[in-house]
Write a protein that binds this ligand. Structure first.
Ligand SMILES: C[S@@+](CC[C@H](N)C(=O)[O-])C[C@H]1O[C@@H](n2cnc3c(N)ncnc32)[C@H](O)[C@@H]1O
Length: 263
């Protein structure tokens, strides 16, 4: 079975595959949160620090803590110049190693679908957040909204497994809202963030997405060379490509925010 530490070990590979998309949607998510400067932030499932860096650059936090079960991602995050002031720890969002009422804002960026028990993680975020504090997340819509969706479709069309994260259904807008209500949060709002995903060329698309990280990594690694060639060909023929060879298509992230009651 794949664990976060095997699926997400390589921080540089994650950066190549997802870093820029994470930061583009992350910036819009942060604007939507609309929080004041000078607050204590938790970034649960911080991975290689892609979104932590956005918080550091744009939210003027008083303190910034990132936690992730993957030691490889945390090692990359600790070296990330843009997240220098943050404190990074290895740990699980389902059992956070923090006292109650510690943070003003607790977020999970592109994480909830990877957590075996999302409700438990949301309850943990609520526990460590101060009364009146904000708890929020965003996740690619796993029904075709993830930037890797063309790879999923191509693998499926060729009869190969294209595994989704273990809690993929938690990524829908309705599921996110249900999770937030279930944790007793108040002032709940949801939002969607469409994103235009672009690549300079087919090679750019291929190099970016065929990386040793994420749920598809094991499938792609184990493909025989002939199947890999077929996959390349299938994608070349099916991806939307303009006259200059550029590739562009849409992705979609769903977000939810709410407050811990009693502030
Ligand atoms: C797609 S990455 C997102 C990384 C980063 N937050 C970002 O915005 O780019 C998903 C992350 O969730 C982490 N993860 C998986 N299971 C987790 C859990 N139980 N608790 C916290 N993080 C988890 C993985 O290790 C991985 O770093």
């Amino acid at each position: 079975m794949q664990t976060p530490d095997t699926m997400f070990q390589d921080g540089a590979a994650y950066e190549r595959m997802m870093g820029r998309w994470s930061q583009r949607v992350g910036s819009r998510f942060l604007d939507w949160l609309g929080v004041a400067p000078g607050l204590d932030w938790l970034d649960a499932g911080c991975g290689n620090g892609a979104f932590t860096e956005i918080i550091a650059a744009r939210a003027a936090p008083a303190s910034l803590t990132g936690i992730d079960p993957s030691s490889g991602q945390i090692a990359f995050a600790r070296r990330r110049p843009g997240a220098k002031g943050a404190n990074f720890e290895v740990g699980d969002a389902q059992t956070l190693p923090f006292a109650a009422d510690r943070f003003d804002v607790s977020v999970m960026a592109l994480v909830i679908a990877f957590i075996p028990d999302p409700a438990r993680a949301v309850a943990e975020l609520a526990r460590v957040t101060k009364a009146g504090g904000l708890i929020a997340t965003y996740m690619w819509d796993m029904q075709g909204g993830v930037p890797l969706a063309p790879l999923h479709r191509a693998l499926a069309a060729m009869g190969h497994a294209a595994p989704l994260p273990p809690s993929a259904p938690a990524s829908s807008l309705a599921a996110l809202e249900t999770l937030w209500r279930g944790a007793g949060l108040t002032e709940i709002e949801v939002e969607t963030f469409p994103l235009n995903v672009t690549f300079d060329s087919f090679d750019d698309f291929w190099q970016s997405n065929v990386q040793p990280v994420g749920p598809l990594a094991a499938v792609l690694r184990d493909l025989p060379d002939t199947e890999r060639d077929r996959l390349r060909q299938h994608l070349k023929e099916s991806l939307p490509t303009d006259a200059d060879g550029r590739i562009a298509y849409g992705a979609l992230a769903n977000a939810v925010k709410g407050r811990r009651a009693g502030g």
